[in-house]
Design a protein around this ligand. Structure first.
Ligand SMILES: *Cc1c(COP(=O)(O)O)cnc(C)c1O
Length: 493
């Protein structure tokens, strides 16, 4: 029988995995979880020797078990067969005495591709079953929007409209979005800042008359948020696959423990590691690395989660987050499924910006999770030191994790894997500055400087932006966004 999913805040209403993928967020504001997590273990000897796609099928079928074998095979082929620039999809490389798991070989050179290449496939099949077509709506400050565009481009039954604040993204980020190919994609610049754009998107989601008009046409609006179980599940795969690579190249023996250190923002990436552990992967510690927005470091040390603190703009912008939404799922599992507790904690967070867990629960979490954070200066020093010592270039997000990992005492014989979440070429200017390279000129000349210094080529998709055709030049007021979306629904495949 298929596993049922329900909210972290109540278990009354249940749905299948497909239903959870379509919904994204549960109706009561909680996140979808299943109590079957861990009841089916992944056989390690099946993973070792498997290709990335073999392992993806195995892990995803276990987590999202109402997709048929044929459906999942199609999803995996569409997501990973030709979209990543390396056959390994997420290769592990040795750097000094540690390992780096490179998650950035997808179409947008960041780790969100791994999930956002798969989510549209899962959604498209779930929507077809319900006879619906989906318009994905997103506000972006730069990175996630592009990864979502690349994932949903030309996916049957789906369209995507992305809004970004006009003049507020980097030139590379803007080019990545406005050059996106696909017959079902649209990109609009909005006058105002990111908050204005995001608030307007939330208003569109709340517009009932619009929803009714679209419903008559068989269309529903949806989002590609990182709380969607269809984004979390694909991330569990690379923990198993990384382990398989380590066994495959003799770095560890099957059954040995491994530590993973994860640059963390919304807590999705590191939570996927916890899912892998529950499904049988021998993980000793999961290390949560934060930048100066170190709300998680404090939480893991004291049990108090408090977002009432200054917000820092850092050189690792994808980790500039004060509410780590996916932490809610960890609290659910660690409290043995205490939905009443989770509902109360999240209510505290919404009303006061703060909650506190008891000592027993904190100890259970601490038995598994270590933590630490890096300031911008420490991240820059980590980039420099890693390059000088090992000739390996870290991006600013990965540098945060590298800094933290090097300060946590290593257990003898336990291999340590640092997750690399972005290509350094995506953040060329900051990387060149940290390595004392000449970062003058535009982003493209900066890329060439880094190529020459590192001996490693920049991703073709990033270099190609210099001469790519710009497809979208619409600039609008926030009040005109809803009409723009409604018009774009006409282009749905
Ligand atoms: C999103 C992102 C992160 C943070 O991942 P979470 O799953 O939100 O914790 C880290 N690094 C990069 C480059 C990202 O894009």
């Amino acid at each position: 029988m298929a596993s049922m999913y329900h909210s972290t805040r109540s278990s009354v209403k249940e749905c299948s995995a497909k239903g959870a993928v379509l919904d994204g967020l549960a109706p009561d504001g909680g996140l979808y979880v299943t109590d079957e997590l861990g009841s089916a273990r992944i056989d390690l000897s099946a993973v070792v020797g498997g290709t990335y796609r073999d392992n993806a099928r195995l892990v995803l079928k276990t987590l999202l078990d109402d997709y048929t074998d044929a459906e999942m095979e199609d999803c995996v082929e569409a997501a990973y067969a030709s979209t990543f620039s390396t056959e390994a999809v997420t290769p592990v490389v040795k750097v000094g005495n540690d390992f780096v798991l490179e998650l950035f070989h997808g179409p947008t050179s960041a780790f969100k591709d791994v999930a956002l290449q798969m989510l549209p496939q899962l959604m498209s099949r779930a929507a077809a079953q319900e006879n619906k077509r989906i318009m994905i709506l997103a506000a972006t400050s730069g990175d996630t929007g592009k990864a979502a565009l690349a994932g949903f481009a030309d996916t049957p039954g789906c369209g995507i409209t992305v809004f970004y604040p006009h003049g507020k993204t980097s030139e590379i980020q803007r080019l990545q979005m406005v050059t996106q190919a696909g017959g079902n994609v649209a990109v609009g610049a909005v006058r105002g800042n990111f908050d204005d754009t995001q608030s307007a998107v939330k208003r569109i989601f709340g517009d009932r008359e619009l929803a009714q008009r679209l419903d008559k046409r068989g269309i529903m609006l949806s989002s590609a948020n990182s709380i969607n179980i269809g984004r979390l599940a694909p991330q569990v795969v690379y923990y198993f696959d990384a382990y398989a690579q380590l066994v495959g190249n003799g770095a560890i023996a099957q059954g040995d423990m491994v530590d993973f250190c994860v640059p963390t923002g919304n807590f999705g990436d590191v939570l996927a590691g916890y899912y892998a552990l529950r499904m049988g992967l021998p993980i000793r510690k999961l290390i949560v690395a934060s930048n100066e927005n170190n709300v998680l470091t404090d939480f893991l040390q004291t049990g108090v989660y408090d977002r009432n603190r200054p917000f820092h703009k850092t050189i690792s912008p994808s980790m500039d987050i004060l509410i780590s939404s996916n932490l809610e799922r960890l609290l659910y599992y660690m409290s043995d499924g205490d939905t009443a507790l989770i509902a109360r904690l999240m209510d505290d967070l919404a009303t006061t910006g703060r909650y506190e867990i008891d000592g027993a629960l904190l100890e259970r979490i601490q038995a598994l999770f270590c933590c630490g954070y890096a300031t911008d200066d420490e991240a820059r020093e980590a980039m420099k030191a890693c390059f000088v010592k090992h000739g390996y270039v870290l991006d600013p997000h990965t540098a945060v994790a590298w800094h933290v990992s090097q300060r946590i005492p290593k257990q003898d014989g336990t291999a340590r894997v640092v997750l690399a979440t972005a290509s350094p070429y995506k953040f060329c200017r900051d990387v060149c500055a940290a390595l004392d390279l000449d970062g003058e000129g535009d982003d493209f000349s900066c890329m060439r400087v880094l190529e020459a210094a590192s001996g490693r080529k920049a991703p073709a998709a990033l270099c190609g932006l210099e001469n790519a055709e710009e497809r979208f030049c619409d600039v609008m007021e926030a009040k005109d966004m809803a009409a723009y979306v409604e018009a774009k629904c006409g282009d749905l495949l």
